[in-house]
Design a protein around this ligand. Structure first.
Ligand code: RIB
Ligand code: CA
Length: 312
């Protein structure tokens, strides 16, 4: 089993990714760290606690992290994930409480198992940046960081050239990308290859009346309505579940080494990925750090894994 820490901002696709991870025997979930992102920190934390209680996994600690980005104010995505971040799903208030500080949890969890821990980050990278600032070099002590974020050349989803997680905290994204850690990056170009058709989900849920099935049907409603309007077909992309999938079966994605950095301050471009594609450099160095960037997804393979694990 691979020890993992999920750094999340649930949010519907984070919740689906969490359920997939909980149902994957290959992963030993050491804990969850929550951050502001899709929802304010209190809500992302409550949602993480609620989803763990839904599947009877209150043994997994949930630690609260950053309530705002390193610089500037927090922004959220109510229009995508619904008023409380889990679409139309209504889960009981959690009985469990947060277990502590996310930054210390990340540092202690990684230090306890040097070179073993995979951190799957599917929200703004504020917690990871703060952990690196508090204990320089800690991210490089991970086995791998699997990060959902950024957009290479396609249109962004929060501004013309930026993706939500990197736009929400561009300084943190830049610090994590430049930390020297072993990074697998899932940009929008990869996440957008994964489309969960509403008919397929409904077919897999048909006849099921259990709480998990009811949650999945209700939670996906808001995102599917939003993306159906945006893309003209019934369904949704699976950004964050792909990050969990990649931590289980790396072969699900064809990856390509790329030198990337993140623009932290541009008035129109803060959070934009800067990819250094120069075939040669003169008198300077390639910009940014090398990451393994997901470029092609085994879509049928992933969808089968996702639905099998989600709806176990
Ligand atoms: O841009 C998509 C990403 O931003 C996903 O992780 C989604 O949950 C939001 O956090
Ligand atoms: Ca997310």
């Amino acid at each position: 089993m691979r020890p993992v820490i999920l750094d999340i901002d649930p949010g519907v696709d984070d919740a689906l990714a969490l359920l997939m991870a909980v149902h994957s025997p290959e992963l030993e979930i050491i804990g969850l760290t929550t951050t502001s992102g899709n929802m304010p920190l209190d809500q992302t934390t409550e949602n993480a606690l609620k989803v763990l209680e839904l599947v009877g996994r209150t043994d997994i600690p949930v630690c609260m992290g950053a309530a705002r980005p390193l610089v500037g104010e927090a922004r959220h995505a109510y229009e995508v994930h619904g008023a409380e971040g889990l679409g139309a799903a209504e889960l009981p208030d959690p009985e469990a409480m947060p277990a502590g500080d996310a930054i210390d949890f990340l540092i202690e969890g990684i230090e306890a198992r040097l070179g073993e821990v995979i951190v799957v980050a599917t929200g703004p990278l504020t917690n990871l940046a703060m952990a690196e600032a508090k204990r320089p070099g800690i991210l490089s002590q991970c086995r791998r960081l699997v990060i959902m974020g950024g957009v290479l050349h396609e249109p962004g989803n929060i501004s013309p050239h930026t993706e939500f997680n990197f736009h929400a905290d561009p300084h943190a994204a830049r610090q994590v990308i430049n930390s020297g850690a072993n990074i697998a990056l899932i940009p929008l170009e990869a996440a957008r290859q994964l489309w969960l058709d509403q008919d397929l989900l409904e077919a897999r849920l048909a006849g099921r009346t259990d709480a998990l099935a009811r949650f999945c049907a209700a939670a996906t409603q808001t995102v599917m309505a939003f993306e159906t309007q945006l893309y003209g077909r019934r369904g949704m992309h699976l950004h964050d579940p792909l990050a969990v999938g990649l931590s289980i079966f790396p072969a699900l994605c064809e990856v390509k080494p790329m030198f990337i950095d993140v623009e932290p301050e541009g008035q129109l471009t803060s959070g934009q990925l800067v990819v250094d594609r120069r075939p040669f450099v003169i008198d300077d160095h390639l910009v940014g750090r090398q990451v393994e960037c997901a470029v092609k997804v085994n879509v049928p393979g992933f969808l089968e894994l996702f639905l099998d694990r989600l709806l176990q």
